[in-house]
Design a protein around this ligand. Structure first.
Ligand code: PLP
Length: 403
């Protein structure tokens, strides 16, 4: 209250989360009083492999003893191994990797690379899309409440509806460098596009010679039931951004992946884009271990299976209580519950907080509660979560009918 952000503290207290976290494991966070919170928010997409995964913690501990930060002059083995691993698992001909420290940094770098490669300035982005809050990323984050106080933003950014390929074709002009899109919109309220959208988008980008940047900061690394959301539709972006789950829920890591064609921009000046801490040995070690866990534990398949179960159960709850829940949608363990209105959503969050379930709204759509648990969440915890949601919905429904 006195030194961080009083208004945010009041909001968090109002929601019912006014406690101090102490330690965590798997899908559970324990506060300093010993309360056990079931984490269904997953750090907004960070805790894909769960909290404090021992494989990542142990790898990071070993690297910590060996060499925590890089000289930035000599080669760094974990960076090289991670770049190769990412190139091996990523879609299409993505081959080169620039490591940074967060999602918004990955987007900033991607925008600069796109401008340099195409020698053009224009960017097209989607309504309700979320790419971060630094100036470049904010310029393509489709929510007025975040953009308005900071205008003028970077020039030449145009917003179009998500899911509408014709709108993209119309918006492209002679100065367009790139189209930036989340394959599945997260903070916009968990929107899965129609099946023909992304293949059409790719065709338009290739026809009109603009770059396709897919932002998989939240959808990447198994969350949607495949390693990358792009893989559901077989598209091959020119640039892809990653962060959140990449650090295995242990360290902050971001990455920009690009094709050899795009990476030509580094030929003339290899230091045209750089980062002091990006690609440090600790972060890369965490990311390598996290990718191994995702593959070894078969987490994309688990996400698909668990997500299907949760989605079906939530749809049944929606059918029983349309006064509380307007829609349920998602893919894998990337699920949104849209409430009848935002007041109902607010009461639902408090009601779930009272049951020690950790949840939150999507940032660009305050009517949608996100369900983003660790992909390996047990059936027991899933059933507990669904039970709590059922109880809360019934409670809110009777409150509504008593008004
Ligand atoms: N891109 C997407 C799709 C995101 O969901 C987010 C954060 O929610 C970002 C970028 C920004 O990431 P960060 O908060 O690490 O800067």
């Amino acid at each position: 209250m006195d030194h961080i952000n009083p208004s945010l503290m009041r909001l968090i207290s109002f929601m019912g989360y006014d406690t101090i976290e102490d330690h965590s494991s798997g899908c559970h966070i324990y506060d300093t009083s010993g309360n056990d919170f079931l984490d269904c928010l997953g750090g907004f997409g960070v805790f894909t492999i769960g909290h404090s995964h021992p494989k990542v913690i142990n790898a990071v501990k070993a690297q910590l003893d060996k060499m925590p930060l890089s000289s930035k002059v000599l080669m760094v083995e974990p960076y090289a191994l991670l770049a190769k691993k990412l190139a091996d698992i990523s879609p299409g001909s993505l081959q080169y990797v620039f490591m940074c420290n967060s999602g918004t940094e990955a987007i900033e770098g991607a925008l600069k690379i796109a401008r340099l490669k195409t020698k053009k300035h224009g960017l097209i982005y989607t309504k309700h899309g979320f790419h971060g809050k630094t100036m470049g990323s904010l310029s393509i984050t489709g929510r007025d409440a975040f953009q308005e106080p900071f205008r003028p933003l970077i020039p030449g950014a145009r917003m179009i509806p998500f899911g509408d390929a014709d709108a993209l074709a119309e918006a492209i002009d002679d100065d367009t460098a790139a189209f930036v899109v989340e394959p599945v919109q997260g903070e916009g309220g968990i929107h899965v596009p129609p099946d023909d959208y992304l293949p059409k988008v790719q065709e338009i980008c290739r026809d009109k010679k603009i770059l396709l940047i897919t932002d998989e900061v939240q959808s990447g690394l198994g969350r949607t039931g495949k390693l990358f959301a792009c893989d559901h539709w077989g598209i091959e972006p020119d640039i892809m951004t990653l962060a959140k789950a990449l650090g295995g829920g242990v360290l902050p890591v971001g990455a920009i992946l690009g094709t050899p064609d795009v990476w030509e921009i580094f030929e003339e000046n290899p230091l045209i884009h750089s980062s002091t801490f990006g690609g440090n040995p600790l972060a890369c070690t965490a990311a390598l271990a996290a990718i191994e866990v995702i593959i070894e534990e078969n987490l994309p398949d688990k996400a698909a299976e668990t997500g299907k179960y949760i989605l079906n159960e939530l749809k049944a709850i929606r059918d029983e209580h349309p006064d509380v829940i307007a829609d349920v949608r998602g893919i894998g363990c990337f699920i949104g519950v849209e409430f009848a209105d935002s007041d109902v959503g607010g009461i639902m969050i408090s009601s779930l907080a009272a049951r020690k379930v950790l949840v939150a709204f999507t940032l660009n759509n305050q009517k949608v509660l996100r369900i983003e648990p660790a992909l390996g969440i047990s059936r027991d915890d899933v059933d507990k979560l669904l039970g709590y949601i059922r109880e809360s919905v019934a409670e809110v429904s009777s409150l509504i009918s008593s008004l």
